[in-house]
Design a protein around this ligand. Structure first.
Ligand SMILES: [Zn+2]
Length: 282
């Protein structure tokens, strides 16, 4: 049975192993390190990264959770149809507090479940807009505001290739918001970040699109605590099958670091140069 902490990161052909996240992480910033977990639905971050959240807390890294949707379409009984969003909000606080995240670091954005395609981008808020910040609305408005407020060094969100459309939309909107947050636009949303945070993906329902870069293994007590945290979502009738599945997967999780490849013409220049061997044939 797994009783040790073990982190293995693959960098090209190199395998780096250690007993702490700090030992194997790129660009670790010591006591400035601060993690932001994006959870499209309330349970995504605990399902895909419930061990990682505890592991960050073990190394005294502040962890913030941003829950994007209100769960209003997740009712399993008709009597909960109107109250389900409030029930799930309470369950979310219980879940992430069980993982060691203080209540003040758990942010419930409240975007309407299954309607995210109507909330892409940023636009002036209507009078009755429930998710408005500084007179504007939309996912990019909310993400930019919270990124500037929290100032994370690393962000974690579900893979872009997940089947759930909400996960795909949030992936697109969040990644561009990271660049907005470090730029000078939209000054009413706060001071720009000094630099764009590093970003990683975790898997919830579908495999990674490309292989992950970090494996984390923990003592079994961390898995037990993750299962206890998931069980807070008692309004979700399918939760017991999810718990069985997570238990079966064991006390390990994987993440993939995302590298942005920004366009630079010099990356392509050599491919267009006359090659020595061709010249010799003339
Ligand atoms: Zn989800």
């Amino acid at each position: 049975m797994q009783q040790k902490f073990e982190f293995v990161r693959l960098v090209g052909n190199e395998r780096r192993a250690g007993s702490k996240l700090a030992d194997v992480s790129r660009h670790w910033q010591g006591n400035k390190e601060r993690h932001l977990m994006i959870s499209p639905h309330d349970d995504d971050a605990v399902l895909g990264a419930g061990l990682l959240i505890q592991l960050a807390r073990r190394e005294k890294v502040p962890v913030h959770i941003l829950i994007v949707t209100d769960g209003s379409m997740g009712y399993c009984s008709l009597d909960e149809k109107d109250s389900i969003a409030e029930i799930r909000r309470k369950e979310s606080f219980e879940c992430y507090q069980n993982l060691g995240v203080p209540k003040k670091n758990i942010i419930w954005l409240g975007f309407p479940d299954c309607q995210l395609s109507n909330h892409r981008g940023r636009y002036p808020a209507a009078d009755n807009d429930q998710v408005a910040i500084s007179g504007y609305s939309g996912l990019q408005n909310a993400f930019t505001y919270h990124l500037r407020k929290i100032k994370p060094t690393q962000c974690f969100l579900p893979t872009w290739n997940d089947l759930h459309p909400d996960h795909r939309i949030i992936y697109d909107e969040f990644l561009i918001s990271m660049f907005h947050s470090a730029g000078n636009i939209w000054p009413e949303l706060g001071e720009p970040l000094e630099k764009v945070p590093y970003v990683n993906t975790y898997a919830v329902y579908c495999d990674f699109a490309e292989p992950p870069t970090l494996r984390m293994r923990t003592p079994i007590s961390y898995l037990e605590n993750k299962l206890k945290a998931i069980s807070a979502f008692r309004s979700q009738k399918q939760i017991s099958s999810l718990i069985d599945n997570v238990r079966h997967c064991g006390s390990e999780e994987y993440i993939r670091a995302i590298d942005f490849k920004l366009y630079h013409p010099s990356n392509y220049r050599n491919q267009f140069e006359e090659k020595e061997m061709f010249r010799m044939g003339r």
